[in-house]
Design a protein around this ligand. Sequence first.
Ligand SMILES: *Cc1c(COP(=O)(O)O)cnc(C)c1O
Length: 418
Amino acid sequence: MPLAESCFPERPTFVTHLECSLTGERYEADRPHGLSRAGKPLLVRYDLEQLGRSLSPTELASRSPDLWRYREFLPVRRTQSIVSLGEVVTPLIAAPGLRTGSGDVFIKDESRLPTGSFKARGLCLAVSMAREFGLRRLALPTNGNAGAAMAAYAARAGMEAFVFCPEDTPEVNVREIAAQGAHVWRVNGLITDCGKIVAAGREAMNWFDCSTLKEPYRIEGKKTMGLELAEQFGWRLPDVIFYPTGGGTGLIGMWKAFEELQTLGWISGPLPRMVAVQASGCAPIVRAWESGAEFAEPWPNAHTVASGIRVPAAVGDFLMLRALRKSDGFGIAVDDADILQARDDVARREGLLLCPEGAATYAAYRAACRDGRVRSSDVAVLFNCASGLKYELPPATRALDRTQPIRFEDLLPETRNA
Ligand SMILES: *Cc1c(COP(=O)(O)O)cnc(C)c1O
C-alpha cells in the first residue's frame, strides 16, 4: 500500500480535548493552540476506552510500516489534512559490539526518516494539524533539524515557513532549510534567543509559532517513537532508554505513549527507565535532576558539538523531570570528547555513523554501566536521532599520485608504523 491515506476510516482519531500539563485545565481540541494560560505545554487527551475497542495490537500488525499505522493515537481528524513524506517505521538495530555484559544493546535509528532526523515525526504532525486548521504561515526557532523538517513539510503543504537559527548552526542544516523553500535567518544568539524573535514577530507577521512544546502536536508525532518501540519489542519494553535531551519532546512524548499503552492494557510490567542524556557544556535538566528541583534553571554559556541538544532552557523541563522520576531514571551529562570518541567507536565497530547527539547516548550508556547506575545485563535502547552525514566529520586527506609507482605495502597502516 503506497500511503495510509487511501485506507483511512471515517473517524481516524479519538481526541477528546487538550489539557494543561501543569494545572490540568481543559481546552477545546479542534482549534489552534499555543501554550496554556499558565504558560505551560498543552497535552492532547484521547478517549482511550473507545480507542481500545476499535483497535487491537493484532489489527495493527497488518498495517503498512509507517507512522500512520498509529493514526488512532494521533490528533488528525481529516485524512485530507495529512502532509506526508513517507514516515517509515525506523529500524531497531542490535549492536552486539556495544554491549558491556549480557544485556542486549539496540540502536533506534531515526536517521531513516524524511529530512534525515526524527524531527520529521513532530513536524509532520504539526504541519498536518496546521493544514487542518487552515494556517498558511509557520515560524520556528531551531538548532537545524527541526527547521529542515518544518521547511520540508511546509513546502509539501504549500505553506510559508520562517526559520531562525543560531549563527553557528551546521552549514548543511541552514542550506537544506533554504533549499526546501523556507525563509531562513542566522541569528547571533542561541535557540532561546531565536525563540524570542518568533514570539515577538507573531503580531506583525501573523505566523503560527511551531516552537518545541509551544504547540501541542509535535509531541504527538514524537510519541510514535514510544509506540514503535513497544510494538517492535512485542509489547514488552526494554529496561532502559537513553535519549539525547534538548527541548525534551521525545522524552515526554515516549513517556506519554507508554502511559497511554498502559491505560489500554497493551503493555504490562515495569516501564523502562528513562535516561536524559545531555552534554556537559549544556546540561540544565541533569543539574535540576541532581538537585531534586521541579524546574530547571537556564544554563549559561551553553556549548557542545551536539548542536541538537544545545538547549539552555526548555518550557517542558518539569515534564522531563517528572518522566525521569516516575520511571526511576536519571539525567547524565557527557563531555564532547567522549561524544566524538563514541561516534568513532560505533562507526568502526558497527558500521553506523551516528549523529553527535546519538553518539552521546552511547557515551552515557558506557559511563552509566561503569558507575553502576545501569546493569550490564539490562536491555538498553540508544537513540540515534539524525543522520551522521549532516555533521562535520574529521578530515580524510590521504592522496595517491597515480603517475608514480605505488608501493602497496605502504597502504597498510601497520607497515607505515613499522
Ligand atoms: C532536536 C534534536 C534532539 C533533541 O530532541 P528533543 O526531543 O527536542 O529533546 C536530539 N538530537 C538531534 C539530532 C536533534 O535534532
